[in-house]
Design a protein around this ligand. Structure first.
Ligand SMILES: C[S@@+](CC[C@H](N)C(=O)[O-])C[C@H]1O[C@@H](n2cnc3c(N)ncnc32)[C@H](O)[C@@H]1O
Ligand SMILES: [Zn+2]
Ligand SMILES: [Zn+2]
Ligand SMILES: [Zn+2]
Length: 318
């Protein structure tokens, strides 16, 4: 369906409705903005992302949203430099030895208890959510087939952005997903703490796309690093910014280092993996709170429409 649409250019299209615009003009504008949105989806690398609205006549998500494939750094954020990267030495070109985590220096940052590879030979994640995943990178002695390289290979599962009656836009899978499979990484603009506070305090009619990179500030490294960065996917990001909250989620988040980003600069990626087997057509949702459902300072409650039996009735956002 997507491939059959004509691709439109990237000219800016206003989505603000004017009362003086007549019916025909409005429908034409809707058709153009839908075509533009489909054109943007078509250009996304990786497995296809389709689009569907069976609920109402909104042509596509509102706003000037740009799909990006990497982080976008706001001016006051220090961009990680390649010098801070290092790789393992002595691991075989065919891949690091999954049964011998002691022998791969990529895992040197992990303490003895956590020193294990994050994936099994099928490239499914086997460490618990929110535990650090370290992937081999371009400086490693192993080659591209090393089983530790999963997130850096990109999304392999085709997804669909669709409209829900009560939660706005959402994402569902077009393939069966097995537990442990990688789905995608959260993308957006990397902003500092002050900017996140400022943006969080602006009322955007309920929807919030801010994600704190606070993994390393929770441990003993807090004092060294101070407050962490935040990812804002309001204006730019990828399909994951349409993932909704559920009190009974089927996907969760792992912090990932390797490839481009260096742990020493507090920047890492947020990768979504399946925590259950997921059927075709099922919506992909994660728990916005990570663990627990406690309201933190400065957060406000939103009525939850996840529809699960475990629903607590509300969730909290900045
Ligand atoms: C990151 S966005 C998710 C995509 C969003 N539905 C959209 O249309 O762009 C987060 C927002 O989606 C809505 N949302 C997400 N999960 C929800 C849920 N379980 N119940 C009600 N609204 C939800 C809320 O407005 C929330 O602020
Ligand atoms: Zn390796
Ligand atoms: Zn390595
Ligand atoms: Zn709920």
């Amino acid at each position: 369906m997507l491939a059959e649409e004509d691709l439109m250019g990237n000219s800016n299209e206003s989505f603000i409705k004017s009362e003086s615009v007549c019916e025909d003009e409005t429908s034409e504008k809707k058709a153009v903005s839908r075509k533009q949105f489909l054109g943007r989806l078509y250009e996304i690398p990786g497995a296809a992302i389709s689009f569907c609205n069976d609920v109402d006549d909104e042509p596509c998500p509102p706003g000037e949203f740009e799909f990006i494939n990497g982080y976008r750094y706001s001016p006051n954020v220090k961009v990680p430099s390649p010098e801070s990267m290092f790789g393992c030495e002595g691991c075989h070109i065919s891949g690091c030895h999954l049964k011998k985590p002691q022998s791969c220096s990529c895992l040197d940052d992990l303490d003895d208890k956590h020193r294990k590879f994050a994936y099994n030979k099928d490239r499914k994640v086997i460490i618990p959510p929110r535990h650090l995943i370290i992937e081999c990178n371009r400086y490693c002695s192993c080659g591209p087939d090393c089983a530790t390289r999963v997130v850096q290979r990109g999304r392999l599962i085709p997804l669909e952005i669709f409209k829900t009656p009560k939660k706005g836009w959402a994402v569902r899978t077009q393939r069966i997903i097995q537990r442990g499979m990688f789905i995608d990484v959260y993308r957006g603009e990397v902003i500092d703490h002050e900017e996140a506070e400022r943006r969080g305090s602006i009322d955007h009619q309920g929807s919030v796309y801010l994600f704190d990179l606070d993994f390393f500030s929770k441990g003993e490294e807090t004092q060294e690093f101070g407050s962490a960065y935040t990812i804002d996917a309001r204006h730019c990001g990828n399909v994951t910014r349409f993932f909704n909250h559920s009190c009974d989620p089927n996907i969760a988040i792992w912090p990932v280092v390797g490839h481009e980003l260096a742990r020493t600069e507090r920047l890492y990626e947020l990768a979504f993996f399946a925590i259950h087997d997921i059927k075709i057509g099922e919506e992909l949702c994660f728990n916005y709170h990570g663990e627990g459902n406690q309201k933190k300072e400065g957060q406000r409650g939103v009525i939850c429409h996840c529809g699960s039996e475990k629903c607590t009735g509300e969730f909290f956002i900045l």
